[in-house]
Design a protein around this ligand. Sequence first.
Ligand SMILES: [Zn+2]
Length: 242
Amino acid sequence: MVFLKEQLEPFMGQIVLKANGDAKHIPFDKIKGQVLTSIKTFGKELLFCFPDFTLRIHLMLFGKYAINNELNRTLRLGLALETGHVNFYACDCRFLLAPLDAVYDWSTDVMQASFAPNKALQKLISKPQRLICEALLDQSILAGVGNGIKNEALFRSSVHPESLVGEIPKTELKKLIEACVTLSTEYLQWKREEPEGERWQVYKQQVCPRDDIPLQKQKIGKSGRSSYFCDKCQQLYLPDII
Ligand SMILES: [Zn+2]
């Protein structure tokens, strides 16, 4: 999202000349003629800020966007500004009237300078029975962490995705949170250098780079999201069986 925001920054300060699409509950006529004052991100959400309201876009799993271009799909939201246009497809759009500081807790977003790792740690520890691979995807704890970052952070920290949060030592949980932040920043850097370039070590990969043995791929937990991991070098933290 931060990468998309950076691409859209030239539009800041411009007037919306046309707003259209099939998004529900979006007053397109109110958006036309407004000045786009800023663009922000929160986790996986993109926020177009206008003087009296905000347009919130979440790409969900299958959302797409095109800048100064059209895709052959049903347009959900299109904004034409003074020097170009942006189109969104298959995304979730909301119209927010409340001030953003009342809607968002910025300290949970791993890409914000105000991110509070200790708060994230306390929230993780408060639900000790959860699987770590599910807890890391909880957007109310680590907003912005997606499935790729989750898998890489677990690998980098040598923690098995099926570990129970309450069994993982605090120092390891801290390292995991740090890894989520570092990897999110690295991911942005990859995108800046090469928009299609993703340099995952385990996510969607076949072989463990540490052990040179095949990686496991499993859908773990209620969320059904894929976990890629190495049985040998990622430690499984479970209660001792008596
Ligand atoms: Zn390994």
